[in-house]
Design a protein around this ligand. Sequence first.
Ligand code: BMA
Length: 319
Amino acid sequence: MEPASIPAYARIDCDVFRRHPDNPILTGRSFPTRMRAVYNSSAIKTGPGRYVMICRVNQLNHMTLLWPADSTDGIHFTPRAEPYAMPTDPLWRSVARSVYYDPRITFIDGEYKVFIACEGDQGCRVALFRSPDLQALEFVNYINVPSNRNMVLFPEKTADGRYLRLERPNNESGKGNIWLSHSPDLIHWGDSHEVLKTTQLWNFAYSGLGASTVPLRTDEGWLMIFHAVMNNCTTREYSVGAALLDLEQPWIVRHLTKHPILFPEAPYEMQGCVEHVCFPCAKILEEDGTLKLYYGGADTVQCVAEARLSDILHACKHW
Ligand code: BMA
């Protein structure tokens, strides 16, 4: 799919996502102790009427914490008494010192696997954690050389038993394109394919892309929701797009939204620590076909928006 195939004009008469009226659903004041910000958190449904969120929390000095929160409706979350205890071993500390962020949770192999981006002297690396119940997180290892992030693990393996992840290696100019890699064991990754280039999406993604949420199997392909970056004179706008990937060869894009399906517009997305940012890290599909998208607003607050899955698929095919 090349840039020339993008039509000059699309008639768009309604929004795909509706922001929840209780947005922002969490702020720095929602926690048992005063925090600066909570955003880019990841939520998963663990059973009927049970949701867990791993919140990305910035302390007043912007050192990060990962703080669990619980909910019965997927909208209103109550933070637990304490943040997750993070590892103390030298391997963890060799990369992650003060900033670990943008968790993505996948349920596979009967447990939760969590990818967490970590900043250190080396650049960005992603850590793999596991947990049977999200009561605590067990560090496994780092799973890439610098600099790569926005990793999401598919919820299914390939027919020959390999894991798949989407990822965003940084390119020479910074943020780059979305790729897909395979692994036999979640540690060693290869058989890599480029999935989506910034140049395929004029103009809202020309400064960067990253997979946002765990891919969702649909009859029409794997639904990939991604964030897209557009630099301008004063800000870097982060908006949200979607694509349908081939079910057998998920590095092939079958359909792609040529316009964002969510973009910074609400005051809590336009103003904050980093202006003009909608940054999703999770989605939950409910049984009635409603998809909840969990996203950070302006790197300051946690938000949720809802859409019909059918409307997202329509936008992939017709926007
Ligand atoms: C990206 C990541 C996100 C952040 C976004 C906007 O590079 O660091 O965590 O929300 O920038 O600042």
